[in-house]
Write a protein of this length. Sequence first.
Lengths: 202, 202, 202, 202
Amino acid sequence: MPHISTSRTDTASTSVTAALETILAENTAVVARLSADTEVTARLDDVAARLRGAERIFVLGAGRSGLALRMTAMRLMHLGLTVHVVGETTTPAITAADALLVASGSGSTAGIVRAAETAHEVGATVLALTTAASSALAGLAQVSVIVPAAEKQDHDGALSAQYSGGLFEQSVLLIGDALFHALWQASGATAAELWPRHANLE
Amino acid sequence: MPHISTSRTDTASTSVTAALETILAENTAVVARLSADTEVTARLDDVAARLRGAERIFVLGAGRSGLALRMTAMRLMHLGLTVHVVGETTTPAITAADALLVASGSGSTAGIVRAAETAHEVGATVLALTTAASSALAGLAQVSVIVPAAEKQDHDGALSAQYSGGLFEQSVLLIGDALFHALWQASGATAAELWPRHANLE
Amino acid sequence: MPHISTSRTDTASTSVTAALETILAENTAVVARLSADTEVTARLDDVAARLRGAERIFVLGAGRSGLALRMTAMRLMHLGLTVHVVGETTTPAITAADALLVASGSGSTAGIVRAAETAHEVGATVLALTTAASSALAGLAQVSVIVPAAEKQDHDGALSAQYSGGLFEQSVLLIGDALFHALWQASGATAAELWPRHANLE
Amino acid sequence: MPHISTSRTDTASTSVTAALETILAENTAVVARLSADTEVTARLDDVAARLRGAERIFVLGAGRSGLALRMTAMRLMHLGLTVHVVGETTTPAITAADALLVASGSGSTAGIVRAAETAHEVGATVLALTTAASSALAGLAQVSVIVPAAEKQDHDGALSAQYSGGLFEQSVLLIGDALFHALWQASGATAAELWPRHANLE
């Protein structure tokens, strides 16, 4: 594995635990900024309400953002909602009664923006997580939540010491799980009531 | 969507932002406990070293744990490592020179344990993330990292207010990204050097 | 690429077109044997009727068999049926009103048999495609269709010149598409009526 | 399941076996036309040679075409080739030494053409299966094989009684498996030599 050199003298100082603390500190800062912003707080509750009100929920993201949203999609299914992951085998066409939850750090990934445009054109509700308030994706969305995390190609490390969109993608998971948690609490369902919906054939 | 009732009187008090703070606080507690434990600290560095030393890395997890590990797998590929996700189309057979990074909250999911047994039988290095120190998976692994998070069916909420294995699965992502971050720092590579490895055909 | 030598003197004689004719001839033989067997004919119509009657359809197969069934799953969704692929993100738990369409050449792949047992235990209808009439899978199934094709480890080439379960997997696609075609014809729907159900966000 | 009416009087005449014979007859006609065309025969052997010569093979297709190519990708991996499916988790960036095997009935699906353009721009070899000789995809490809099958929106049934691109997608599987079979025969490897490469962790 020739790509990873260990010749740098500071190698010993970068323990995994230290990296974990760095990552946690960055997420703590993001959550603090989101929580302190009443506009964001209102938008997140709006996203939750629109997910609850949609006939079906579609989730979409490229790469790691898409994987984070798939984690959320699985939970929303456990809650009894009808949820589809864009790109999976039996995902149907989106229609006006549906909501599209989409995550893109830059808000400008070509395929993602095109899909959001299609969803918008058919009258579906577009709900966006992005770092870029003035992006094409944010412009299309009924509700956009702007995450104060580094965008994928912010290589200078000003906003995060992590590589590429790592912090944004972690935020997508935490926000997605917070959306689920709030919807679950609001539902009044017990954990035991959700459990039978877990896939039983794997 | 009949499954989610809004009739409970405390609905208004569960904002998404409050849920986000709950989730962050739980992750903060997990990271604090991991960091304070010198045994865990040593094991995490051992996992990083064995991932770096493996000819190929395989990642395996069911459901949301598997999705979290796939996020890590993508990053390890960006770092120049050869990484396969168990279950994807062109994933080959694991052999003695390879490492299997596996996550399972209970450490006893049948299909996961069976795969870990196979990996162990062929001589591959098994590296486990689990909440259960005395589980079959922990018993099989060369290195196991015990995450102080609720297991999937701890429905009483003693360890986490979140549903099922939510906290464990978030920990898998944060630990996976910390493993990447530590390996990246040790490599001495710049972000610009990793960037050309990102998939360019999507 | 060291694994593929071109030193054999008969290399020139194996054109892709010749291989294509070999594959077609093998599939022609399989279809002829299936068509000539009135028991098989009745069973295939039974499978179609049970798919049409199920509340939801689940499809399951390992490796290439699973990919072939996913092709069929997509078509059944286009027809307006509710279809889930076992292992995809938002696939729910199977219940008594559902049908499981499962393909396994040997009928004895451990994970596949275990899933079929679970489906059977909850009261779902199990519909099997296999080469092995006396396999565990065929024993579990309400209806099993025995495909006269080589099983994966018939390495001697007696039933097929193709590698491993190639012929069986091709048969799974052709039979799956025939199940769709018959259901479509019976539905009276036009192609234009199916078209709007195709995924529109990719 | 309200979408499928059984009220048409000709329902009884569409048995699954009859559908299977229709499908086989259509594939027989396609193979006959491919085999009779010496230009096609030469191109298919050229595709095989370029796959064998590539450093890594990438496969790409939307929907059912993509699933068919994934079946082929798995086999090419069994043969010892390095193969990646575009869109899977750890698929890296394509480079000049690689080949992209792409299937698209229309040859004009936006995302597919864009990916083929990128592959072409970085100097990779583009190998296309399509029904449309004058399509953007065929124009980009070093070698294109024109399959005489209906295109997805040929709803009038002139070329195939099957729905949408069904015949093309079946052809993609048969041609893909023929490419594998020819490469396997040319390699001189026995079935027993390929077997150990099958995934062992599922």
